[in-house]
Ligand binder design. Structure first.
Ligand code: TRP
Length: 334
C-alpha cells in the first residue's frame, strides 16, 4: 500500500543529562540530528534513567535534564517535527526493559566493555542498573520500532546487543520488533580532548581545559582553544603524528563545513597561533547563537514545561502500542 511506501524511517537517539554537553557531542551528534529532521521521523530522548546508574545530585540532575531539552531545541531540533522528552516521563521504557531483561543473557552483559570501564571507575557503586544499562538502552530503541540509531562508536556494542535481543524475541515469540541499524556520523564523531588529543573529548573529563562545553562563554572557549596541546613540529599538517593540530583542524572544518584539503590550503604557511585564533573564531560563531537561544528558552519555563509534557505524551502513545503487543506475546493479560 502507498502508506508503507511513503512512511518515513524512524530515528531514536539519546544523550545522558550528566556532565556538560561538549562540542564533541554537538558536532558528533546534535548537529547531525538537525540535518536529519526532515528526512526521518525522529525521537530524541534525554536519558535520565540511564544517568542514575552513577550517583547524581537530585537537584542537579533535574536542572541538567531541563537544560538538555532546551539545548536540543536551541541547536535547531524542532520540538513539533521531532519528539523531544525526558526518558523518565515515559514509563514504558522501564517496563519494556524488565521484559527484555528476561531475553538477555548474563554472558552477553558480562562482555560489555562499557560496563567493565565504568565499574573500574565506580568501584564503590557497581550497581545492578549499571550492569543492565544496555537492556534499558535496547528498550529505548525497540519501544519505538526504530529503524536507525545515530550513535558514537562507543555505543556500537550496545546497539548490537539491542539487535540480538530483538531478533531473539522475534524468533521466540514471532515478529514484534523492527531490527535497528546504527548510523555513525561523519567527522565530528571524534573530537578529541584539548589536553590529551589521543583520547576522545568526554563530558565527564575532570579537567575543564580538556573540553569545550557547548555553554562555555566565548572568552572561555577562546582561552581553552589557545591553551590546547599541540606539538613542536611547527607545521600545520593533518596527520596522526600531530594529534593536537589534527583535532584543531577537525574543529575548524566542523564549524566551517570546509574539507580538510580546503583547510590545509587556507592554513598553509601559517603558524599554530593563527590556527588557534581561527578555530576560536569559528567556534564562537557557531556556538553563540545556540547559547543565546538556550538562555532565552531557559527563561521561558512555561514553554519548556509545555514541550516536555506534550512530547512525553506523544512518545508515550507510540511506546504503548509496542508495549501492548509485547505484553500480549509474552502471555500477560492485556
Ligand atoms: N548509552 C548512550 C550513551 O551514553 C545513551 C543512550 C541511551 C542511547 N539510550 C539510547 C543512545 C538509545 C542511542 C539510543 O551515549
Amino acid at each position: 500500500m502507498s502508506e508503507t511506501v511513503e512512511k518515513k524511517k524512524r530515528i531514536f537517539s539519546g544523550i545522558q543529562p550528566s556532565g556538560n554537553i561538549t562540542i564533541g557531542n554537538y558536532y558528533g551528534a546534535l548537529k547531525n540530528w538537525t540535518q536529519m529532521q526532515d528526512e526521518y521521523e525522529s525521537i530524541y530522548c534525554v536519558v535520565d534513567l540511564h544517568a542514575i546508574t552513577v550517583r547524581q545530585e537530585p537537584a542537579k540532575l533535574r536542572n541538567k535534564t531541563r537544560e538538555l531539552v532546551a539545548l536540543y531545541i536551541a541547536t535547531g531540533l524542532d520540538p513539533v517535527k521531532n519528539i523531544i522528552y525526558p526518558q523518565s516521563h515515559v514509563r514504558q521504557h522501564a517496563e519494556l526493559a524488565w521484559i527484555l531483561g528476561c531475553f538477555t543473557y548474563m554472558g552477553e552483559l558480562n562482555r560489555m566493555t562499557q560496563f567493565k570501564d565504568k565499574s573500574a571507575k565506580n568501584e564503590s557503586n557497581i550497581n545492578a542498573g549499571l550492569y543492565t544499562y544496555p537492556v534499558l538502552m535496547a528498550a529505548d530503541i525497540l519501544l519505538f520500532q526504530t529503524d536507525v540509531v545515530p550513535i558514537g562508536a562507543d555505543q556500537k556494542q550496545h546497539l548490537e546487543l539491542a539487535r540480538d535481543i530483538a531478533q531473539r524475541f522475534n524468533h521466540t515469540l514471532s515478529d514484534t520488533f523492527t531490527i535497528p541499524e546504527p548510523y555513525f556520523g561523519k567527522v565530528g564523531a571524534r573530537i578529541m580532548s584539548l589536553q590529551d588529543p589521543t583520547s576522545k573529548m568526554s563530558k565527564s573529563d575532570a579537567n575543564p581545559n580538556a573540553t569545550l562545553s557547548l555553554l562555555d562563554e566565548p572568552n572561555i572557549l577562546t582561552n581553552k582553544i589557545k591553551r590546547a596541546v599541540t606539538d613542536s613540529v611547527g607545521v600545520i599538517n593533518y596527520t596522526n603524528e600531530q594529534p593536537g593540530v589534527k583535532n584543531l583542524l577537525d574543529l575548524y572544518c566542523c564549524g566551517t563545513g570546509d574539507s580538510i584539503e580546503e583547510a590545509l590550503a587556507f592554513f598553509e604557511g601559517k603558524n599554530y597561533g593563527q590556527l588557534k585564533a581561527s578555530v576560536a573564531e569559528v567556534t564562537v560563531n557557531e556556538l553563540k547563537p545556540i547559547q543565546d537561544e538556550f538562555h532565552r528558552l531557559m527563561k521561558d519555563k512555561k514553554y519548556l514545561d509545555d514541550i516536555i509534557h506534550t512530547n512525553s505524551e506523544r512518545a508515550s502513545f507510540l511506546a504503548e502500542k509496542t508495549l501492548r503487543k509485547v505484553k500480549k506475546k509474552v502471555g500477560f493479560i492485556v
